[in-house]
Design a protein around this ligand. Structure first.
Ligand SMILES: N[C@@H](CCC(=O)N[C@@H](CS)C(=O)NCC(=O)O)C(=O)O
Length: 256
């Protein structure tokens, strides 16, 4: 059976789970707790050298990178369900993948600033010692400790917020004229951007909520799909993370 290494709230994990659900592909889950830095363990790094989720494994074959996994799943199921019919619209899907790639780095910075670092600090010294044990490389352990000590500089967060806001503007302009991101049908492009819209961080959702009605309407349409229940709602944050979301500087909560 196809196996996926993921973490419930990780955007890239959600993309893969949504695709699996839309295509009706059965899979087995291996949870990698990002909040405990389990993705830094030696065994996981041997599957995914970048130390990020998701990773897909099937019959000993390993695939990383959410977009590549999503396309692989479509081809594997020989279904055109999530891929547009025209070459141009397919190119648009790839275009959105590229846009989202940049957006993703910014989202990650805000996530660490608002949620991951405060949660780690809140858990205290014993939990930090446990987290540090998961790092298989001294250099990344040092990097993490520096991040814990100094946080992410405010100008970096401001720049990230502004990049995310620009991404939402682009999305809204497209959705002003189209039902879905590439036209009339729901595709991998919609899946790829959904987790950033469905963010539990108020800092980020305030950049589109009440600002871009076309995103609001699109968001409602995606939430009506069965895959939303199956791949997103079914994977809520644990109690610790829920508390960290509520305590986030600009507020946040799991959007059920
Ligand atoms: N380009 C990679 C990015 C994967 C990625 O950045 N995943 C995040 C979660 S969405 C992660 O694992 N971050 C590790 C961390 O938080 O340290 C992909 O598309 O799979």
């Amino acid at each position: 059976m196809l196996e996926v290494f993921d973490y419930e709230l990780a955007a890239c994990s959600q993309k893969v789970r949504l695709t699996l659900s839309e295509l009706g592909i059965p899979w087995r889950r291996h949870r990698v707790d990002l909040m405990k830095q389990e993705h830094q363990r030696h065994a996981y790094l041997s599957l995914n050298a970048k130390g990020v989720v998701p990773t897909l494994v099937e019959d000993g074959q390993v695939l990383t990178e959410a977009d590549i996994i999503m396309e692989f799943l479509c081809e594997r199921s020989a279904s055109r369900k999530l891929q547009p019919a025209s070459a141009y619209e397919n190119a648009l899907v790839r275009h959105w993948f590229k846009t989202i790639e940049g957006f993703h780095m910014s989202y990650g910075a805000v996530w660490y600033h608002e949620v991951a670092l405060p949660l780690q600090r809140l858990k205290g010294d014993a939990a930090l010692a446990e987290t540090l044990e998961n790092f298989s490389s001294e250099a990344s352990r040092e990097r993490f400790l520096k991040l814990m000590e100094h946080g992410i500089p405010q100008p970096r967060i401001d720049a990230a917020m502004s990049a995310i806001s620009i991404g939402f503007h682009k999305m809204a302009r497209t959705l002003d004229a189209n039902r879905w991101l590439t036209g009339d049908s729901f595709t991998l492009a919609d899946i790829a951007i959904f987790p950033y819209v469905n963010t539990p961080m108020r800092a980020v959702s305030s950049l589109w909520e009440g600002v871009h009605p076309s995103i609001q309407n699109w968001y409602g349409r995606v939430r009506e799909r069965e895959s939303f229940v199956d791949a997103v709602l079914a994977f809520p944050p644990d109690a610790e993370l829920s508390a960290a979301l509520e305590a986030a500087p600009r507020g946040g909560r799991w959007r059920d």
